[in-house]
Design a protein around this ligand. Structure first.
Ligand code: HAM
Length: 419
């Protein structure tokens, strides 16, 4: 029986990989401009990191982690996200020692046991950034404007940036109780999952997708009415900086995010015409996370973007230009004896960074020419018995159809050193 890939994973074929390279390049270039450096952390971590970091009551930790015991009986989890790992690496490598702001980015696969559908996979990729070491509201605005600018640079339009504040350890528990009191009145109307959430994480009721729950949640008190004297001004200040940088945003008091570590600013960027899986970027501040995994109390803020969703959107809008590389030369050796000089010439061309291929089909001349034509090469180099004996090559310009016999050494000497 044919073996197939696991559901919810993707083979990214060469044609598609080209698109990935394009957005990865944009992400890396803009990271440079904004002063973010790449960090690479393991694909798997001790399960405890995510339980403590992301939070036990979240869907991610409760239902979606790929967790297994390794041969040494340790509980290991394939990373479902990157923030907890970056914070762990930050603490473990004592990056906090110099009291500087640290600006890091990462790219790579994440794993969540979710029900696969368009834009939602079990293995997916994120580009994420984390800014550690500052609680200044200007860093919130920097992170948010970086995210919006990057998506714009990648070619995405029609996006909506939604922001909210989710409070801090002082005001979050107060708001939590306000929500429990409010939703207790509507127990019968809420879905079974939201009834469970009531005890564990009532904030999540605010972003339930169930129609009845949405209706009830519309009337719920909002966080902004319950923020403490630190969080309120912080949020106002973030908005001020966003206005100063001309970043458009919509305030969404129902935006709560699905990870427990968030404090203060939370935000999402949504593609308006991409129905269910429209959230291309999510992020926010997480001032308690570094402390919760054993480090000093270092504040942080960041975001992550779903690369598959970005590619899907760009492909749907036909934004990717045909970036296929065009062959400079296609070499044909007519007989067995010509294969050696042909291969030597191929090496010379590549040494000079020309994009060249040799005919591997081993068929007759007519066939070889057909393949040469199909290859889309700008020029075809033919080496037959005469050319071998005369130490020449026949060059055919595929655009004009013109052929010219040139001295082999002269041809090599004329290859530019740098292209
Ligand atoms: P998140 O909202 O869970 O946040 O994920 C960020 C983005 O990853 C989502 O907006 C979405 O584009 C993409 N994504 C998530 N799950 C899937 C999936 N199953 N299939 C395809 N794409 C998906 C985080 O992961 C936080 N670590 C972000 C962050 C960084 N917050 C602060 N710093």
């Amino acid at each position: 029986m044919e073996i197939r890939k696991p559901k919810g994973t993707n083979d990214i074929l060469p044609e598609e990989v080209r698109k990935w390279h394009a957005i990865e390049k944009t992400a890396m270039e803009l990271s440079d401009v904004y002063g973010y450096q790449e960090i690479r952390t393991p694909i798997f971590e001790h399960t405890e990191l995510f339980v403590r970091g992301v939070g036990e009551t979240t869907d991610i930790v409760g239902k979606e982690m790929y967790t297994f015991e390794d041969k040494g009986n340790r509980s290991i989890t394939l990373r479902p996200e990157g923030t907890a790992s970056v914070c762990r690496a930050f603490v473990e490598n004592k990056l906090y020692g110099d009291n500087q702001v640290h600006k890091l980015y990462y790219m790579g696969p994440m794993f969540r046991y979710e029900r696969p559908q368009k834009g939602r996979y079990k293995q997916f990729h994120q580009y994420g950034v984390e800014l550690l070491g500052s609680n200044h509201p200007v860093t919130d605005a920097e992170i948010i404007s970086f995210a919006t600018e990057l998506l714009k640079k990648m070619g995405l339009i029609d996006l909506e940036l939604q922001i909210n504040t989710v409070g801090c350890p002082v005001c979050k528990p107060v708001y939590r109780q306000v929500l429990i009191d409010f939703f207790s009145e509507y127990k019968e109307g809420l879905c079974p999952t939201c009834n469970e959430r009531m005890e564990k994480n009532p904030l999540r009721i605010l972003d339930c997708k169930n129609k009845e729950c949405i209706e009830i949640a519309k009337e719920a008190p909002s966080m902004t009415e319950h923020v403490c004297e630190d969080c309120g001004p912080h949020y106002e200040s973030v908005k001020g900086y966003l206005d100063a940088a001309d970043v458009d945003y919509t305030e969404n008091p129902r935006l709560v995010r699905g990870l427990d570590y968030y404090t203060n600013t939370a935000f999402e960027i949504i593609a308006k015409d991409f129905a269910a899986q429209g959230t291309v970027c999510g992020g926010g501040r997480y001032n308690g996370l570094v402390g919760s995994i054993g480090g000093k109390d270092v504040p942080g803020i960041g975001f992550a973007m779903g690369m598959e969703r970005i590619i899907l959107l760009l492909s749907e809008k036909n934004i990717f230009k045909d970036s296929k590389k065009i062959l400079d030369y296609y070499i044909i050796a007519l007989g067995e004896l010509e294969e050696i000089p042909a291969f030597a010439l191929l090496k010379k061309l590549r040494d000079h960074s020309y994009f060249a291929e040799i005919d591997y089909t081993g068929k007759n001349f007519k066939n070889k020419l057909k393949y040469a034509d199909k290859s889309g090469a700008k020029s075809v180099i033919i080496i037959g018995e005469n050319e071998r004996k005369n130490k020449t090559v026949m060059i055919k310009n595929m655009e004009t159809g013109q052929q010219e016999e040139i001295d082999l050494q002269l041809f090599i000497n004329n290859l530019k050193e740098e292209r």
